[in-house]
Ligand binder design. Structure first.
Ligand SMILES: CCC/C=C/C(=O)SCCNC(=O)CCNC(=O)[C@H](O)C(C)(C)COP(=O)([O-])OP(=O)([O-])OC[C@H]1O[C@@H](n2cnc3c(N)ncnc32)[C@H](O)[C@@H]1OP(=O)([O-])[O-]
Length: 290
């Protein structure tokens, strides 16, 4: 847990540096319109936007939508990861929010995974900070109390796939050009064990072993067949489907669903207590030949 506290300290410093604005006019806790009798109030929307992520909360349904908007390919840079964690924490602390839909505002790409430029030609301290940010993103999302739905509207390799896998439900747009998977082995690197465990939890051991060893990026129908994504829809139906799935999950009492989720996601606790070592500078240099 000391490692988690250290990560929290680093996170606070990154937040301070990130320049993300918390509008003074916004209360810390948004109004609890979700508890109003349905139909009495018009739908209320609150939005906040950083440089790389846009968040909109519909306070009448309790559902937030997070859109990645970091061109060209929504790569997971340190700034992106920091904004992601800030946005998620803000929603977690908001009693009006019960569910989160994650999607992309960039055409054809959900997320290209970890930003390769963050792992090249930087200091050891930078690598450590970046790696902590990657772990923190996963710990927060995988362990989130919110219902999380990934609306995958583009390719989603490596770290992008991890984001989708960390959600409770994955819906992907049917498009022959889109791929998803943990392709680390193709890049000459090893997916960390918590990437692997999250993958195994979704698709089972045999499918994960083959896919990980070969570093496969799966087509959408293949990803659906193996259980990597739960549903496939045409692009124009994605939003509607995500909202419908969310409504189904939110129909349950929060406490029972949350406790069940936390019981199922034991790996989360394992990583929180063991906090695997940051890959060394030479590891990154060997991997990316920089
Ligand atoms: C350590 C262990 C765990 C590791 C986990 C990881 O996630 S490792 C990460 C594993 N990730 C992968 O293996 C994903 C590799 N990427 C892809 O497969 C494709 O880019 C795509 C399918 C995401 C989008 O295809 P598309 O045809 O729409 O786009 P495009 O291909 O033309 O690229 C446009 C621009 O984006 C740039 N750029 C791309 N990715 C990254 C990145 N991760 N970072 C930074 N930049 C990236 C690309 O260089 C190009 O820049 P340029 O030349 O314009 O200055």
């Amino acid at each position: 847990m000391a490692a988690v506290a250290a990560a929290a300290g680093t996170f606070a410093r990154r937040m301070a540096r990130s320049g993300v604005l918390f509008p003074r006019s916004s209360p810390q806790v948004w109004p609890q319109a979700a508890r109003q009798p349905p139909g009495l109030l018009p739908a209320q929307r609150r939005a906040f936007s950083n440089n790389k992520i846009l968040v909109e909360l519909d306070t009448s349904s309790g559902v937030a939508t997070m859109k990645f908007k970091s061109p060209p390919v929504n790569s997971l840079s340190l700034d992106f990861l920091t904004e992601f964690c800030i946005s998620l924490e803000k929603l977690e602390n908001d009693r009006a929010c019960r569910g989160l839909i994650i999607t992309s505002a960039i055409p054809r790409v959900f997320s290209s995974g970890l930003d390769i430029t963050e792992m090249c030609g930087k200091s050891t301290e930078h690598y450590a900070e970046f790696w902590r940010a990657v772990q923190e993103m996963w710990i927060r999302l995988y362990g989130s109390n919110l219902v999380t739905v990934a609306a995958i509207n583009g390719s989603s390799p490596a770290g992008g796939c991890l984001i989708a896998l960390s959600c409770d439900y994955r819906i992907m747009v049917e498009n022959p050009k889109y791929v998803i998977g943990l392709n680390e082995a193709q890049l000459g690197i090893v997916a960390p064990f918590w990437f692997k465990d999250t993958f195994v939890n979704a698709v089972g051991h045999r499918a994960a072993e083959r896919s990980l060893q070969l570093g496969l990026l799966h087509s959408v129908p293949e990803a659906h067949r193996m259980g990597l994504v739960d549903e496939v829809v045409p692009e124009e139906k994605l939003q509607e489907k995500a909202v419908a799935v969310m409504a189904q999950w939110l129909a349950l009492p929060d406490h029972a669903r949350q406790l069940t989720k936390s019981m199922m996601r034991k790996t989360f606790r394992t990583l929180s207590s063991s906090h695997p070592k940051t890959p060394s500078r030479s590891h990154f240099q060997r991997t990316w030949r920089c």
